[in-house]
Design a protein around this ligand. Structure first.
Ligand code: FEO
Ligand code: CA
Ligand code: CA
Ligand code: CA
Length: 584
């Protein structure tokens, strides 16, 4: 595989225009096909219920079918065969207007259970066919769903902490489920990492929140998921510690169908988009993560121990011991990682941080106290191991500079930042360095915008709201966009009616549009088969409505992708007709 610093152009495809249509568009000479949409059975032996197009599958059926709203994904080759492997992915959230035949018009414990079953992760086995296409292998001993009620363990300094104990789990070490999993990371020891992003939206919070509940966004009825009406642990007025058991990075081993996912508290609590791993020269793991929220923070965790040979089993406690830091970006292009260590600086018992567990549960408050930089919604991170650079998408933030909110700063330079930016840095010394040099890889935008702040400085095709990010082994930076359905086609997005995937040459800054997504959908995740001849990417929430949830009377109003019925998130498999390497 050519290294990122090899000479010659990295990008060889013809950029696609910003077309409009209920389809996935890829460059000339490429083909895109659909794999594993929501509701398709994952392939659990003896339990493979077919998808019912009217959404009448039961909760038990949903629990062995692909979840809703596909997000981050990774490919794990099986037995050294580049054409057979496990595809593991997140299902971020549900649109309950699409999930049930009558939407939320009636509400029941069964519907709550179905919504919970449509969250979490899927593990599917896939194989390349002789004609080059990829199919789900069914049944498969690896096929698995992890849901919002799958038992999980808690690892690291906050395991068993008083703030994690509940009536159902007085030990504070065993949590049911994960949700709002966005970005995903693949570790060098073969496990999968997922963030628990907007977990607070699932809880019914108090009308008069205390300082902690307020800082973490709890409010009555949350974001309207209505789980607490039939599952009382989501009623935070009765179980105030249950929200503390979410917001972690979850690690799990897809190669072992019996493995129990573990919430790794040493990496800190946040509305984490996801987690991305770099490796120091002496073999320790550095886990970068951010909170996709306005004015929240960027973190890195440095493991105490080196990665051991022997895969997941040999590294089962690696992410439980180490040091967590939060980023400060200074105006001179330098930056510093501030340690979130109890007893250091302001993180003392007198300031409300009794022990390391409390620092981790209250990572936001600890970062506030340390004076970390409040960012424009940090989403995915990507590490370029050859150039030893780290990239992070800051998707957008239209609140900066408004009353009561922080003003612009060097790292977040636009006030009404509708378009977002990609920041990058290089650590001093190694990935565990506590100081770094940073700059902006690109300010996203459309040069044809009349509003100067929304023009950006893109060398190539216009885009906005960068979210998914991945660097392939050739050194191409793949960028997925996620502008919301209320933004697209209007105002600063007048010429960007649909989301896209772009490829960037990080040496030259050139950016080319590679894929245009169906209406209302975002593009998310990206990974390739080991021979770099198949790209896997997820299309999430086709037909997203400008209102909160789809109208069950007209579920296909904005999109009927991929199969003409109600819109379904799905994985898209992109290949070249000539079988060549993607992007060249
Ligand atoms: Fe779930 Fe930040 O996208
Ligand atoms: Ca995202
Ligand atoms: Ca989205
Ligand atoms: Ca997003």
């Amino acid at each position: 595989t050519p290294a990122g610093d090899s000479t010659g152009p990295l990008l060889g495809f013809e950029s696609v225009s910003m077309s409009v249509g209920d389809r996935v568009t890829v460059p000339r000479g490429y083909v895109a096909s659909v794999l594993a949409p929501w509701g398709e059975p994952v392939g659990v032996p003896g339990n493979m219920p077919a998808f019912k197009p009217d959404a009448s599958n039961t909760a038990d059926e949903q629990a062995v079918q692909m979840g809703m709203h596909h997000d981050g994904l990774h490919f794990y080759p099986l037995g050294g065969d580049p054409h057979r492997g496990l595809l593991v992915m997140n299902h971020e959230y549900t649109d309950d207007g699409l999930l049930h035949p009558d939407g939320m018009a009636t509400w029941s414990a069964e519907k709550v259970r179905k919504a919970q079953a449509a969250h979490g992760f899927s593990v599917i086995e896939i194989a390349r066919q002789t004609d080059g296409s990829w199919q789900v292998v069914r049944p498969s001993r690896y096929a698995r769903r992890v849901t919002a009620y799958t038992p999980m363990l808690v690892g690291g300094p906050a395991a068993g902490h008083a703030l994690l104990r509940t009536a159902a789990d007085p030990g504070g070490r065993r949590v049911l489920g994960t949700m709002n999993n966005c970005a995903s990371g693949k570790t060098p020891w073969g496990t999968y990492l997922a963030g628990e992003e907007n977990f607070f939206g699932y809880f019914h919070g108090p009308a008069q929140p205390d300082a902690h509940a307020k800082r973490w966004g709890l409010r009555p009825n949350g974001w309207g998921y209505r789980w607490h009406e039939h599952d009382e642990r989501f009623d935070a007025t009765r179980h105030p510690n249950e929200p503390n058991r979410f917001g972690w990075i979850v690690e799990f081993d897809p190669s072992d169908p019996e493995s129990t996912p573990v919430k790794r508290t040493a990496i800190g609590r946040g509305t984490h988009e996801g987690a991305t791993v770099a490796v120091t020269r002496d073999g320790r793991a550095v886990v970068y993560s951010g909170e996709d929220a306005r004015f929240e923070y960027l973190y890195k965790f440095v493991s105490r121990d080196a990665i051991r040979p022997g895969g997941a089993k040999a590294n089962r406690e690696l992410l439980d011991h180490g040091t967590l830091y939060v980023a400060r970006f200074d105006a001179d292009g330098r930056g510093r990682w501030l340690p979130l260590v109890q007893g250091q600086g302001p993180l003392t018992a007198a300031q409300g941080f009794a022990d390391q567990g409390e620092v981790l549960v209250k990572a936001r408050q600890a970062s506030d106290a340390l004076g970390a930089t409040k960012m424009d919604r940090p989403e995915w991170l990507a590490v370029d191991p050859q150039r030893r650079e780290v990239y992070c998408t800051l998707t957008n933030n239209t609140s900066r500079g408004t009353e009561g909110q922080p003003a612009t700063d060097a790292a977040n330079p636009r006030a009404n930042n509708t378009m977002g930016q990609i920041i990058r840095w290089q650590e001093d010394g190694d990935f565990d360095g506590i100081t770094f040099a940073w700059n902006h890889f690109v300010l996203a935008g459309d040069p044809a915008n009349t509003r100067a702040e929304a023009q950006g400085n893109v060398k190539g095709d216009a885009f906005g709201s960068p979210d998914g990010l991945w660097i392939d082994p050739r050194g191409v930076l793949w960028i997925d966009t996620d502008a919301s359905s209320t933004q697209m086609g209007k105002g600063d997005y007048a010429r960007l009616p649909q989301n896209a995937m772009l490829a960037a040459d990080v040496r030259t800054g050139e950016i080319r549009r590679f894929l245009v997504a169906p209406p209302g959908s975002e593009v998310t995740g990206a990974t390739m088969s080991p021979d770099l001849r198949t790209l896997f990417v997820n299309i999430q929430h086709p037909g997203e409505t400008p209102s909160e949830r789809s109208d069950p009377a007209d579920p296909g109003r904005y999109s009927r992708w991929p199969d003409g019925g109600r819109p379904r998130s799905a994985t898209v498999v992109v290949r070249r007709l000539d079988g060549g390497v993607i992007g060249t």
